[in-house]
Ligand binder design. Structure first.
Ligand code: F0G
Length: 434
């Protein structure tokens, strides 16, 4: 659809052309930007059919679980410039064991870890990098807790662009750092945390004319909407009662809420699912804000082993607040032990995820115990990253070596230790049968 950029702040709402490279509103100076469609009509029944029929096509655009839904994306006239690695197409997985653990009769995971670089960031990055191409930018950059950088590096290289990755030194998992290196990004490890580096990168992007691909970039948010489009397409457009997701910088929360609102506005669905956003206890500024409201207070030193969501000053909180309000959603926080145990349970379902993703199941367990989510409700949890993103965490947990950020041991309640055995059939048989 044809679209413009608009300031998200209700008192401003200034509009700008879709091809302006801006991240904050130039009129009020502070507002986040969002994409707004300038057309008001969509043919929901026809588009549902069209989108479904595209699944059988061998055409590049149709094979992407993002671009298949391009009628609800702001790239009309630019589809020839799309940069895609066939992102999306992620499965809905039933997980009875996880459902029981979470206090539910039934639970489905939508697993974004099946994406080309192993996380949901690919859904957004295909649009972000396509916008960079549309704007004729040669250099792109982001600060990241790891997944955004892995994704940006891959898509930038696929498009022949130069990418510069800024990461907090010593605080991202090797799986993710390895990806940025392998995909050819210039990788700068800064001795600061995510929030401090984001401020730095915004200055550098401005000064050096680099296109910024953090989730303040509204085109990233547009692409991540397709996670919801695809989820509802897979459910024959029956909305669940709840959609549960982890919250870090809160870009995904913003994207999910926007997608749901647009689907309602254009007549694809009648009911809005409730969003439940789960944060890690040591990095839960949004949770704290929702408890007390008042002024949003960032956390200067966020701490969690779920490094993907180790963020104390989430830029998208005003959008996330709006989406939680509109969907009658909720924000919960969970401990390191709860995340670790939930992650092991997801693994026992044959699914696997990275720690941040497992916050969803830990949150569901807490919310059912509190009576907020009912056992018989229809719940979809979004697993945001692949289990191999952070093998160090997995190994340490299962061998009882995992410690929380304060150095306290995480109890390996569901640990699965490897056993060293001699090269001797009798001895091994004895161990296996004993
Ligand atoms: N889960 C994973 C696996 C992530 O990598 C992130 C964010 C989140 C959840 C939180 O999503 O920020 O939209 O609320 N990772 C970013 C990064 C910050 O740099 O890769 P959010």
């Amino acid at each position: 659809m044809l679209a413009e950029l608009a300031c998200f702040e209700q008192h401003c709402r200034a509009r700008f052309p879709i091809d302006e490279a801006i991240y904050n509103c130039p009129t009020c100076g502070t507002g986040l930007l969002e994409v707004v469609f300038t057309e008001e009509r969509a043919d929901a029944p026809a588009w549902k059919q069209l989108w479904r029929s595209r699944r059988t096509s061998n055409d590049t655009l149709e094979q992407s679980g993002v671009w298949r839904y391009r009628e609800l994306l702001p790239f009309d006239g630019h589809h020839h410039q799309v940069v895609t690695l066939r992102e999306g197409n992620t499965p809905m997985l039933d997980a009875p064991r996880a459902a029981r653990y979470g206090g539910l009769d039934h639970l489905t995971f939508k697993h974004q870890g099946f994406n080309p670089t192993g996380s949901f960031k690919d859904n957004g990055m295909t649009c972000g990098v396509t916008q960079a191409v549309r704007l004729d930018r040669q250099r792109v950059a982001c600060v990241s807790t790891g997944n955004t950088s892995a994704s940006m590096a891959a898509y930038a290289s696929a498009a022949g662009l130069d990418s510069i990755v800024f990461i907090p030194h010593g605080n991202i998992s090797y799986g993710k750092l390895a990806q940025a290196l392998e995909y050819g990004a210039r990788t700068l490890q800064v001795e600061a945390n995510f929030d401090q580096i984001l401020a730095l990168v915004r200055v550098l992007a401005e000064r050096l004319g680099i296109y910024l691909l953090n989730s303040i970039n509204p085109f990233r948010i547009e692409g991540q909407k397709a996670i919801i489009f695809e989820m509802l397409d897979q459910r024959d457009w029956n909305p669940p009662d709840w959609i549960v997701l982890p919250g870090g910088n809160l870009g995904n929360t913003s994207a999910f809420g926007k997608a749901l609102r647009e689907l309602c506005q254009f007549g694809f669905i009648r009911k809005l699912p409730r969003l439940a956003v789960i944060q890690a206890e040591g990095a839960a500024p949004f949770y704290e804000f929702m408890q007390k409201k008042g002024k949003f207070r960032s956390i200067p030193e966020p701490r969690t082993l779920a490094t993907a969501i180790r963020i104390g000053d989430p830029v998208s909180w005003p959008k996330a607040l709006h989406e939680i309000t509109v969907t009658n959603g909720i924000v919960e926080k969970v401990s390191e032990q709860e995340i670790a145990d939930a992650k092991a349970i997801i693994g026992q379902c044959g699914i696997g995820s990275e720690p941040a993703s497992a916050a969803t199941l830990a949150g569901i367990r807490k919310l059912t115990q509190a009576g907020v989510i009912q056992a018989d409700q229809d719940v979809v949890a979004v697993l945001t990253g692949n289990v191999l993103k952070d093998p160090d965490y997995v190994y340490k947990y299962h061998t009882g070596q995992l410690q929380d950020p304060d150095g306290r041991a995480i109890d390996a309640r569901l640990g699965n230790r490897p056993v060293v055995v001699p090269n001797d059939a009798d001895a091994i048989a004895k161990i296996l049968e004993g």
